[in-house]
Design a protein around this ligand. Structure first.
Ligand code: UD1
Ligand code: CA
Length: 450
């Protein structure tokens, strides 16, 4: 028998219990769509060939993820989904791993185990079961007195006694392909939902005395299925804990894991500390030795080494090594704060470079600006970058000193080591080393105090 394994991911269901215009399997979980987790897990098993059963609403998104898919239309149940998948490729002797797309927490190890149990036993199917409470949506596993699986009954079709059975079907299967092909053609929609149930294949095999093996899930959380938003929130919590534990084991201090939110897509260096209410999202990277938070949001941020960011909001921006940001700063629009610079309270930067060692400590807006190394931006400085029609650039030279409450009316340039007096309204370029003050700002005699 060949060693390879095919995986079929069932993602065509209507997901009606989510009550959402967004397809269920594309709801976000810690920065990635739900579907991507199962895809990653089956690839890690490894399954060499992954096929997604999609519906017309999700097909474009599935295609955009670069996945091979087949469209099931209409959606007549999980059995029909598998019929559709099987019609998409020629029969061969590769066993088939079948997983629902709404089980993002399933570990690759459990999938590998199901495949191995099926292969070792030569059974028609191996499936994962678990013991859950009476509120579970999962199908119940019915066994005969000798303990052999007879069939799986959906809660909607179950008698009250059957509904009380604790052993449930997790929805993770490995099938012998040839015997699955025989079983799916025999399915009938003879049930409460008038659907073709994949689970009826189990009864088909049991009746014919073909092996049905079960693999108990070691942890209940591994087989969490998401059908509504309550389950979505629960799954998110478990996933978040796993992500934070991974970082903590890699040397990151998370002061309060229950109040820290880190997407699966984020990387964090050693000896960085995350204080409570820190949210790290999207393509954010944080270097080593940083202190982030409390109350900080970083989205697609690139943060260097030994950086401090306190109570701030950073989006699509870069912060260099040893820079300090906050409290109450807002960095956005591809701002770049270079090494050792300081951005203080109530400072907003948009599409602005703040050079190494420069400081904007209080109450400042820097938009479309380039601030040279070591410049000092006084409290209340505003780059007036918008003339009502377009955005204009402000250039502030190295070592320049911008006095408090200066308005720099762009486009304008303040040269290296130049100075503006407090309250200056700068309409024209200031040459390097020159000192200006007033409204409009005029050159000061060399000896005048500012
Ligand atoms: C299914 C199982 C149930 C099991 C549970 C575990 C059946 C009949 N029941 O129930 O025994 O305990 O999973 O999660 O299989 N899908 C399609 N096309 C369809 C219908 C569904 O692709 O026509 C997909 C869905 O997108 C979903 C998966 O199949 O990812 C399971 O469908 P769902 O409706 O969630 O089944 P459950 O009621 O959860
Ligand atoms: Ca489900």
């Amino acid at each position: 028998m060949s060693q390879s394994l095919r995986a079929v991911i069932l993602a065509a269901g209507k997901g009606t219990r989510m009550k959402s215009s967004l397809p269920k399997v594309f709801h976000d979980l810690c920065g990635r769509p739900m579907l991507s987790y199962v895809v990653q897990a089956v690839r890690e098993v490894p399954a060499t060939d992954v096929l997604v059963v999609a519906n017309p609403e999700v097909r474009d998104r599935v295609e955009a993820m670069g996945l091979r898919f087949v469209v099931q239309e209409p959606q007549l149940g999980t059995g029909h989904a598998v019929q559709t998948a099987l019609a998409a490729f020629a029969p061969d002797d590769t066993p088939l791993l079948i997983v629902s797309a709404d089980m993002p927490l399933v570990p690759p190890g459990l999938l590998a185990q199901v495949a191995k149990v099926r292969a070792d036993s030569g059974a028609a199917v191996a499936c994962v079961t678990a013991h859950l409470g009476p509120d579970s949506w999962f199908g119940r596993v019915l066994r005969d007195p000798s303990g052999r699986v007879e069939r799986i009954v959906e809660v909607r079709d179950a008698t009250p006694a059957e509904a009380r059975i604790a052993e449930v079907n997790a929805g993770i299967y490995c099938f012998d392909q040839a015997r699955l092909r025989e079983a799916v053609v025999a399915l009938s929609p003879d049930n409460a939902q008038r659907e073709l149930y994949l689970t009826d294949c189990i009864a088909f095999f049991a009746r014919r005395g073909e092996g049905v093996e079960t693999v108990p899930a070691q942890r209940e959380e591994d087989i969490v299925g998401i059908n509504d938003r309550v389950e979505l929130a629960r799954a998110r919590q478990i996933l978040q804990r796993r992500i934070l534990e991974r970082h903590m084991r890699d040397g990151v201090t998370v002061v309060d894991p229950a109040a820290t939110y880190v997407d699966d897509t984020v990387s964090i260096g050693r000896d960085t500390t995350l204080l409570p209410q820190t949210h790290l999202k999207g393509a954010t990277t944080v270097g080593p030795g940083c202190v982030i938070g409390p109350n900080t949001v970083a989205i697609n941020a690139t943060i260097g080494a030994r950086v401090t960011v306190i109570q701030s909001y950073v989006r699509d921006s870069t912060i260099g090594d040893e820079a300090t940001v906050g409290p109450f700063a807002h960095l956005r629009g591809e701002s770049v704060i270079e090494r050792g610079a300081h951005i203080g309270n109530f400072v907003e930067t948009k599409k602005t470079r703040v050079g190494a060692g420069a400081k904007a400590s209080h109450l400042t807006y820097l938009g479309d600006a380039d601030v040279g190394e070591g410049a000092n931006i006084g409290a209340g400085t505003i780059t007036c970058n918008y003339d009502g029609k377009k955005k204009n650039k402000t250039r502030i030279g190295k070592g320049a000193f911008i006095g408090s409450n200066s308005s720099l009316v762009a486009p304008v340039e303040v040269g290296d080591h130049a100075l503006t007096g407090a309250g200056s309204v700068v309409l024209r370029d200031v040459p390097p080393g020159e000192r200006v003050a007033g409204n409009p700002a005029r050159t000061l005699p060399k000896k005048d105090p500012v």
